[in-house]
Design a protein around this ligand. Structure first.
Ligand code: G4P
Length: 540
């Protein structure tokens, strides 16, 4: 049954407006390994877009000014970011939405889920380290979703690898053809500027104190560049000729199809190449496109309002104990106060409190368009993957759940607190903090938490104690691999040695194995059994 609220889109004028607004949006996330410079780049992007006066005020780590992603005590203590939201700013004629991804090495499903809400990704690489483990895992999700990837080689101001060597590494490890848009003048450690491969000019950088303000750039002709930089310019030109011979030129369609990756060279800390990245985002990254619904039909961006929940988070503000559901708008206009329908329950949902959230900064949102992220406050009924719509009914497919790699039994320390324990477990499961698995054998008092990154365990334990008043202990289980099975195969799978079968909260049956060799050996012995891999975390 579909509800038609009074705020349903009027045709014509508003359709044109939605299309125009959607076309201006660029929604992306940065994928990188810890320490590659994501926080620094975020600051620099915001600085360029002039949201803030001086780099350092938006985002930061312990010891830096204005740490804003520290909602939880744990985050404060460690100086890391677990939570994620979106930074919105205008640049040229575009509205850029940068979705924050948790940066710690023990990253979690949250990081992956953010990638379900973006239209492009910036793969940030440390020039000295090349492609690192976490970058590759996140890249695997982008590839799985077909998200176009822009590559930024960062820290060129520090000694690192050779630029051509880095291009080979990107090509070999990601399968994408790198198409550099800029090429560094000066080896890593001596960053003078870049040769712009699109027009052959030289963009010369000027250093500013600590990169705290926008670094001025000067454009020089090739002749002037040679006179100024001598051998460094000649070398860049020669390398560029090598690139010209290897089909390394940007091709928009191949980029959108996920075959190539435009590359730029940068030094986020000195603010070099940051403006170029913004230009690349605006000029090349895709605007929000029609999104497939659960039936596979495309929901046009100009259709009536629709959005999906890609993240739910509570307990961010100890004083308020609020629960925020972050939605990414897929179609239509969002207007604060509109009543929309929650597709799962068919119930109306009033959007009285809607906010842009980035770290601790919250701002009311009155109007938002496809590509934008809105935090809905006190959204207790909303779960990760849920759809909201107005007007024409739509349900988007559930978000992918990622293959967990760590498992632990959770038990309440105080048996008198079982009610609180049960409530907390239900809540954490519905928010997607961890996948909650149950079996008759282990019983209701000892559910198993399954996670992508061990830090999810800490978050769960912390919240069980602080928020639900039910301190817990966790016993780690030796399993490493989870696969899907079904009711017909479950008894035979469970009978195999070293395997346990559980039911997840959404009814899915998961079989846990000690390692992939155990899994392979059962598959070989009993090929008739259903044992399907789960998505993404293990794609790399
Ligand atoms: P992350 O969010 O990806 O984890 O990385 P973050 O921005 O915190 O950067 C990690 C370290 O790398 C920081 O140094 C930062 O200053 C440095 N960095 C980032 N971009 C560049 C760059 O382009 N060139 C150079 N040379 N360094 C860069 P830190 O010593 O850990 O912290 P801080 O005391 O400098 O803030």
């Amino acid at each position: 049954m579909s509800t038609v609220p009074s705020t349903e889109l009027r045709p014509d004028a508003s359709t044109t407006e939605v299309l125009a607004q959607a076309a201006r949006r660029r929604t992306f996330a940065v994928i990188s390994h810890p320490d590659a410079g994501k926080s620094t780049l975020t600051e620099a992007l915001a600085l360029h877009a002039r949201v803030i006066g001086q780099a350092g005020a938006v985002h930061g780590k312990a010891g830096r000014r204005g740490t804003v992603s520290d909602w939880m005590d744990m985050e404060k203590a460690r100086g890391i970011s677990i939570t994620s939201a979106a930074l919105q700013f205008e640049y040229r004629d575009a509205v850029v939405n940068l979705l924050d991804t948790p940066g710690h090495a023990d990253f979690s499903e949250d990081t992956y889920r953010v990638l379900t809400a973006v239209d492009a990704a910036v793969m940030l690489i440390d020039a000295a380290k090349g492609l690192e483990a976490q970058t590759m895992k996140l890249f695997a999700v982008c590839r799985h979703r077909g998200i176009p990837v822009i590559t930024v080689v960062n820290k060129w101001d520090r000694p690192g690898k050779d630029a051509l060597e880095l291009m080979d590494e990107v090509a070999e490890r990601t399968g994408l053809t790198p198409t550099p848009l800029t090429w560094p003048v000066g080896i890593s450690g001596d960053f003078r500027g870049v040769l712009d491969r699109r027009d052959g000019t030289y963009r010369r950088f000027t250093r500013t104190a600590g990169g705290a303000t926008i670094a001025p750039e000067e454009t020089l002709t090739p002749e002037a560049a040679e006179a100024r930089e001598g051998i460094d310019w000649t070398r860049a030109v020669e390398e560029n000729e090598l690139l010209d011979a290897t089909e390394a030129d940007h091709d928009q369609q191949r980029f959108l199809d996920g075959e190539t990756t435009p590359v730029i060279f940068a030094s986020a800390v000195s603010n070099f190449g940051v403006g170029a990245l913004l230009d690349v985002l605006v000029d090349l990254a895709p605007a929000p496109a029609p999104r497939p619904d659960a039936e596979g039909d495309l929901r046009p961006v100009e259709a009536s309002f629709s959005a999906f929940v890609f993240k739910v988070q509570s307990g961010m503000d100890a004083a308020h104990r609020d629960r925020l559901a972050y939605i990414r708008i897929a179609s239509g206009v969002f207007e604060r106060g509109m009543v929309v329908t929650h597709a799962t329950t068919g119930r109306p949902f009033a959007t009285k409190y809607a906010q842009h959230v980035f770290g601790r900064e919250r701002e009311s949102v009155d109007t938002a368009y496809p590509g934008d992220v809105v935090g809905l406050v006190n959204a207790n009924a909303l779960h990760v993957g849920d759809t909201l719509y107005a007007g024409t009914k739509v349900t988007f497919p559930p978000l992918t759940t990622f293959a967990p790699e760590h498992f632990a039994v959770m038990r309440g320390k105080d048996t008198a607190k079982f009610k609180q324990f049960r409530r907390g477990v239900g809540q954490l499961g519905s928010e997607g903090v961890a996948q909650v698995l149950r079996s008759d054998r282990r019983g209701d008092q000892a559910p198993v938490l399954a996670v992508v990154g061990p830090m999810q365990f800490e978050v769960a334990a912390h919240r069980m104690a602080q928020e639900f008043g039910a301190p817990v202990e966790l016993d780690h289980l030796p399993y490493q691999v989870a696969v899907r099975t079904d009711a017909a195969s479950a008894p035979a799978v469970a009978a195999a040695r070293g395997v346990e079968v559980f039911e997840r909260e959404d009814g899915e049956l998961l079989a846990l194995f000690m390692d992939k060799w155990d899994l392979r050996s059962l598959q070989q012995r009993s090929p008739e059994l259903t044992l399907e891999p789960m998505v993404a975390a293990q794609l790399s």
